[in-house]
Design a protein around this ligand. Sequence first.
Ligand code: GLN
Length: 239
Amino acid sequence: MKITIGHLYPDLLNLYGDRGNIQCLMKRCQWRGIEAETIAYELNDRIDFSALDIVLLGGGSDREQMLVCEKLKEIREDFRSYVEDNGVVIAICGGYQLLGNYYKTEQGTIQGLELVDMYTEQGEGRLISNIILKSDLFDMPVTGFENHGGRTCINENKPLGRVLYGSGNDGKTGYEGVVYKNVIGTYLHGPLLPKNPQLADWLILKALERKYGSGVKLAPLDDSQEKEANDYICRRFLK
Ligand code: GLN
């Protein structure tokens, strides 16, 4: 079995080292004997979505998002077909915002991909914190770090999880992220996947099932260190 990961615009969307998430996906495949390849795309590269099994869209500053936004118009239709065909996507922070209809900032409105019916508007101050969620997709709580000025409204879509600590989508609803088909969008930055191996495996399994059928099973890995780190964070922040 083989997985091909498409990393969209790492030159612009790579805040807090989102690239580490790619390493995690590659390693967790390789440790199980699944071949893994990553294709990194620059702004002017043509993207053949039919060759991809997982797409990663990382975080970026408002300025970088503005630069990417023009390009998104060109790839929107192909990206939408990929998503509607159950293509797997992990979109983080700035990338998460770009999945939606728009991101309104003081400097102007950034047109989104319109892949998920949601929108983001800049609010007063930034939401910066460690964050812990309970998601019904995983047994382990999801832990991470958030730093965003945008407040995201996911309309009728399903959130990734309920916020146990931190702010989440808008600091008010108590929810974080979005799940639409095989797309996960989240504000959790940096080492999202190394910290949350169950989320990494959800993406890998969905991608393999789409490609090879629903009989695919993922061999368990030794995640004892990740579990210990997760317990520590939960003990530290959840009294
Ligand atoms: N520029 C966006 C915001 O501030 C996203 C930032 C990010 O990716 N950390 O809301």
